[in-house]
Structure formats: C-alpha cells, structure tokens
Ligand binder design. Structure first.
Ligand SMILES: Nc1ncnc2c1ncn2[C@@H]1O[C@H](COP(=O)(O)OP(=O)(O)OP(=O)(O)O)[C@@H](O)[C@H]1O
Length: 237
C-alpha cells in the first residue's frame, strides 16, 4: 500500500541558510500526528514543503505516491493564515473562493463547523480578532474532504475553554481515513488525541514515535518526553 506521506533525504535551504537537513519521514493514513519543536525549528517550513507551497528543495516528498505540486494541493488541506486576501474581504467571500478553488470543499461541512466555531458570514477580515481568524482557518481547512490536513499552531489565539471543545470536536470532523498533522507549543492540550509525535530539532526529525510507545516505554507524559529531548539546550524557552 502507498504511504500517505513519504519524505526521503529532504534538505531545504532558504537565503543561504539550511532550515531542514536530511529529513526522512513516512506517514500512513488515518492518524493524528503532533509536530513539536522549539521556535524556529522548522515546523511551518516542513508543513509548507509537504503542502507543495515551499519549493526548490533537495530530496523527495510525495503525498499519496505523487511528487507533483498540483497533486499535493489536491489532497492536502493547508490554510496559511488567510494570506493573500485583502482586509476588506468578508468571510462569505473567502468561503466562496474556497468553494471555487477546491472541488473537495464541502459547504455543508463548512456551515456545521462555522456554527460550532461561532463564525459570522458578513464580517470583514479587517475586524476579526486573532482567535476568530484562527477559527476561520480551522473551519476552512477541515471543510475540505482531504487525505491530509495540516494545522499550524491552530489554537494560539483561542481561549482555553474553546480550545478544549475544538480539540475534542476534531475527532468527529476528520474522517477516519484522513491524517491530520497539528503543530503546537502546548502539547499537553493535544496529547490525548495524538497517535504519533514528530519532534524536530537540529534541522531534522529527531523522533517520530507512536504516543502509546512513548507512554509505555518512557514512563513520561508526551510533553515531559518532548521537554526531556530539549533539556540540554540552555537557550530553549
Ligand atoms: N525566508 C526565510 N529566509 C531565511 N530563513 C527563514 C525564512 N523563513 C524562515 N526562515 C527560518 O527558518 C527556520 C524555521 O522557521 P519555521 O517558521 O519553519 O519554524 P517553526 O518551527 O514553525 O517556528 P515557530 O514555532 O516559531 O512558529 C527559522 O530559523 C527561520 O528563521
């Protein structure tokens, strides 16, 4: 069976700086995967590469067996902070754009998500709070019927009570065959829904392990295990 994501010997440089070096990763369908790492470790960059947004890398990245950017964009749902829309654009206009561009975008599913996430249709992006923008990004990303969802720090501006509800809700919104990668600096909040954890350190994937394995073998919580791998670094905040 074809792996959902297959990365071989990936190295990515930008402006003469090596951001990721010799990354190898295999992901299969139907898992919740946490992506952890310190600030600047390369989490966003890795997501952009998997989504086909970042280009000019060395090595191989394939999704559902295809390395083409068009094929990746067709099966990977990734919304990077509503970039590209003017401040005057309304939520309704953004939704219409998604419907037009992505054949797998389900308006019915978006409406369910928007109701749950308390989004209004007529508001302009300019007046949305950080948390409301994040809610919109979550709704747009999950309203596609994709094979792979990438959520990059989706909850940083969302209040704690809503965060818990949204994290729980994600278990229902994403189909069992899909895989979802979530990056977060608050592993303790998402640890209970994760099947696997990826840790990026020193420009590469230091660990990719099942969370059950970490809990059983290391006798540490997911967040304590992550912190233990970074513990030797004095400048880690
Ligand atoms: N255009 C660029 N040119 C050079 N370096 C860049 C560029 N964009 C990002 N970087 C660097 O790439 C590294 C990885 O950045 P990235 O945003 O992927 O990290 P991250 O793990 O998502 O960080 P955070 O947790 O702070 O969001 C950082 O050191 C950053 O400074």
């Amino acid at each position: 069976m074809t792996n959902l994501v297959q990365i071989n010997n990936l190295t990515y440089r930008k402006n003469n700086k090596t951001i990721l070096h010799d990354v190898n990763l295999t992901l299969s369908a139907g898992h919740f995967v946490g992506l952890a790492g310190a600030n600047g470790a390369g989490k966003t960059t890795l997501m952009r590469l998997i989504a086909g947004v970042a280009k000019n890398y060395q090595g191989e990245i394939s999704v559902n067996g295809s390395a083409s950017e068009v094929a990746k964009k067709a099966v990977v749902s990734y919304s990077d902070e509503l970039l590209g829309f003017s401040r005057q654009t309304t939520i309704h206009d953004v939704v219409f754009f998604y419907q037009t561009v992505y054949p797998d975008f389900s308006l019915e599913r978006y409406q369910e998500l928007a109701k749950f996430l308390k989004l209004k249709t007529d508001e302009r992006l300019a007046i949305l709070s950080k948390g409301t923008k994040e809610r919109l990004t979550i709704a747009l990303t999950l309203a596609r019927q994709a094979s792979l969802y990438l959520l990059d720090e989706p909850f940083s501006g969302i209040d704690v009570m809503s965060r818990k509800q949204i994290i729980q809700g994600m278990l229902n919104w994403v189909s069992e065959e899909a895989t979802i990668i979530i990056s977060s600096h608050h592993l303790e909040e998402i640890a209970h829904i994760l099947d696997e954890l990826i840790i990026i350190k020193d420009q590469t994937i230091l660990e990719h392990r099942s969370t059950d394995d970490i809990l059983e073998q290391e006798h540490l919580s997911i967040e304590d295990y992550f912190e233990s791998l970074y513990a030797e670094d004095e400048d880690y905040d």
